[in-house]
Design a protein around this ligand. Structure first.
Ligand SMILES: Cc1cc2nc3c(=O)[nH]c(=O)nc-3n(C[C@H](O)[C@H](O)[C@H](O)COP(=O)(O)O)c2cc1C
Length: 339
């Protein structure tokens, strides 16, 4: 039996639900080609950051207004300007190069927190050939003067502004830290999001106890981290319109992980850590595992599997919400200490 792996994501037809999520080397033509050969449905490029665009614009100002106070002041705000110089233009060139060779959709990514002149880069990304744009709203809500509603309103304005700037589909990569995520997702869809990526993975800095310093730490994910997006995709799938896409991102590494994500209603399953650990060719292994599982359980297509365990269809819908909390705590059995 042949199994049909085709899926739709952001209105795009993909040959497979396995997608390479934003990662450092996805923009390199050689890596993109390996991902494609291994069978990915689409490739998400690493993000272009608002800070990089702003720094590039300031650099342009410097050439235009060399020696003026205006730039000296700006430099104070952007002490790392040299590091970012030229990165926005390089990003667009890289996108064009990858797009030219790619046989699968290419999703570009913008990482931003405020509305600004940089938004016109969303249009430039579209003009450079991106099939869709992912907007990564990475922020830590640490300002005590800003209430949850203020932060959400700013994010919704940002989504609406980016949506207004482009005609390609827009995905929003969400943080799990909204206090009322289901409400926010509904509002974001209204503001122009065609789909959501759940979730952005936050990197927690560590403390160097000798140097009394904060050190950045990036650790690759573990499979158990999938449970958070699995729960939320199960909750959101029946709430959002069928045309709103859902992508799982965090922890997925195997064919059975893809099965779980599809069961709760994901349209695609994204991977970064697993591909950084095992290389782009791991996509083919995951696809083979997915095919084997679907065949064994008599599914003819991923469409047939999709949503079979989402909140609307699960026998116990409360399993994804609070009722599960009590049951989970009561299920603990203290292991017998080993001798
Ligand atoms: C080294 C590295 C670089 C990343 N760069 C980006 C990025 O530029 N933009 C983005 O939205 N996510 C980025 N991510 C996050 C991944 O796209 C993904 O959401 C996250 O790693 C969780 O998925 P995983 O468990 O499959 O790794 C990066 C992750 C890693 C490990």
């Amino acid at each position: 039996m042949t199994v049909d792996l085709r899926t739709r994501y952001l209105g795009l037809d993909l040959r497979s639900p396995i997608v390479a999520s934003a990662a450092p080397h996805n923009g390199e033509p050689a890596i993109a080609a390996r991902l494609e050969r291994a069978g990915v449905g689409a490739i998400v490029l690493p993000s272009l950051f608002e800070e990089e665009i702003v720094a590039e614009e300031l650099e342009l100002n410097r050439s235009l207004e060399q020696g003026t106070e205006h730039f000296a002041e700006a430099l104070d705000y952007f002490p790392t300007i040299d590091r970012f110089e030229g990165s926005a233009e390089r990003y667009l060139d890289g996108l064009e190069r990858v797009k030219k060779q790619a046989g699968v959709p290419i999703v570009a990514s913008l990482n931003a927190t405020t509305i600004g002149g940089w938004i016109r880069y969303a249009r430039r990304i579209q003009d450079a050939g991106a099939d869709a744009l992912e907007l990564n709203l990475y922020r830590v809500a640490a300002d005590p003067r800003r209430a949850a509603a203020d932060v959400e309103a700013a994010d919704l304005d940002l989504i609406a502004s980016v949506h207004a700037a482009i005609s390609i589909p827009l995905a929003v990569k969400l943080s799990p830290f909204y206090s009322a995520l289901a409400h926010f997702a509904a509002a974001a869809a209204k503001a122009g999001a065609d789909g959501f990526v759940l979730f952005n993975r936050f990197y927690q800095p560590d403390i160097d106890i000798e140097a009394l310093d904060v050190i950045p730490r990036i650790e690759l994910s573990q499979p158990w981290e999938m449970r958070l997006p699995v729960r939320w995709i199960a909750i959101l799938r029946p709430q959002l319109t069928a045309g709103t896409s859902l992508a799982l991102s965090s922890g997925a590494a195997s064919g059975t992980d893809v099965v779980k994500a599809l069961m709760v209603g994901a349209d695609v399953v994204m991977m970064t850590s697993a591909l950084l650990r095992r290389g782009p060719e791991h996509v083919a292994t995951v696809e083979a595992e997915l095919r084997t599982w679907l065949t064994e359980y008599d599914y003819h297509s991923v469409g047939q599997l999709r949503g079979s365990a989402s909140q609307a269809t699960a026998d116990d819908p409360a399993a994804f919400e609070r009722a599960n909390y009590l049951r989970t705590l009561r299920s603990w059995r203290t292991p017998t200490p080993s001798s």
